[in-house]
Design a protein around this ligand. Structure first.
Ligand code: CP
Ligand code: NVA
Length: 310
């Protein structure tokens, strides 16, 4: 693994297993208070042109727990916000840090950062993909269900960055995935085709539908995300109307397997994409999922920035 930008392109099936094993090992060490300074002396630069709670805190704390250091670089403060090119930023940062994590709008900017820089690049979310989140999601599912292969995940709502990366992740992990979105808001075909490529190898089944009830039937995991992503704030009212039949509520949830778990990358908007009784109810594991960002990201950092895996 050289970069962690696109789950389909950058993570092979054996690498996915190795990342999950490392995350489980590092989580156990963290809980037991066993020091693991695998990245002592290393620095991660973290560029943010969008807001973040979980991604920022988990990467920063993760680097600290690994014995290294993280730098928070907001686009409000660094020269990228005043028009310095990605090319120059990549060159300069590569001379000083050992890895770069970036959260931004255009996916291509992340690809370019990796192209022009000489250190590993991690995609902390683009308009198109959210690959670090899905590793934490798989870890959470594995912890709660004991396995990944053969399970069914239903994603209900906007065919956005989250849905695209879940297609990639489920197909690699051998999980079935059904995505239910309104007609004009489904995932771009490119991501469905990429997932189908891996599904041929792992045996996972991919279903794209407009009907949330078809997607959720007998599902082991139900997942949703905001109807208006970062950058779409002005469309919030319009989207609330378009997506109103795509709310995860008790009626929809009752069609899933009786032991189904509920996941949401957060931040969540109760009363929109999910009702309070579901996200705050007994099937919800969203805070385990949020915690697992820390453990999953540490695994990514170790695999990219050290030769010695945990
Ligand atoms: N899920 C997620 O990426 O959260 P943040 O936007 O808070 O980082
Ligand atoms: N789809 C959401 C995910 C936030 C973590 C967004 O891009 O805003």
């Amino acid at each position: 693994m050289k970069h962690y930008i696109d789950f389909h392109e950058d993570v092979t099936i054996p690498e996915l297993d190795a990342l999950l094993d490392t995350a489980i090992d590092l989580k156990a060490k963290t809980k037991a208070g066993i020091p693991h300074p695998i990245l002592a002396g290393k620095t991660l630069g973290m560029i943010f042109t969008k807001s973040s709670t979980r991604t920022r805190v988990s990467f920063e704390v993760g680097m600290y727990q690994l014995g290294g250091h993280a730098l928070f670089l907001s686009s409000d403060d660094i020269q990228i916000g005043r028009g310095e090119t990605i090319h120059d930023t990549a060159n300069v940062l590569s001379r000083m840090v050992d890895g770069i994590m970036i959260r931004t709008f255009a996916h291509q900017d992340i690809v370019d950062l990796a192209k022009y820089g000489s250190v590993p690049v991690i995609n902390g979310l683009s308009d198109d993909q959210h690959p670090t989140q899905v590793l934490a999601d798989l870890l959470t599912i594995k912890e709660h269900k004991g396995t990944l292969k053969g399970l069914k995940l239903a994603y209900v709502g906007d065919g956005n960055n989250m849905a695209n990366s879940l297609l990639h992740a489920c197909a690699k992990a051998g999980m079935d995935i059904s995505v239910a979105s309104p007609k004009d808001y489904t995932c771009p075909e490119k991501y469905v085709l990429q997932a189908q490529e891996d599904a041929k190898i792992t045996g996972s089944k991919i279903v794209m539908t407009e009907d949330p009830y078809v997607a959720c039937k007998d599902a082991d995991v139900i997942y949703t995300d905001t109807w208006a992503s970062m950058g779409q704030e002005s469309e919030k009212a319009m989207r609330a109307k378009i997506f109103k039949d795509y709310q995860v509520n008790s009626d929809l949830f009752s069609t899933a397997d009786k032991d189904a778990i509920f996941l949401h990358c957060l931040p969540a908007y109760r009363g929109y994409e999910v009702t309070e009784d579901i996200i705050d109810g007994p099937h919800s594991v969203v805070f385990d999922e949020a915690e697992n960002r820390l453990h999953a990201h540490k695994a990514i950092l170790v695999h990219l920035m050290s030769n010695q895996h945990a």
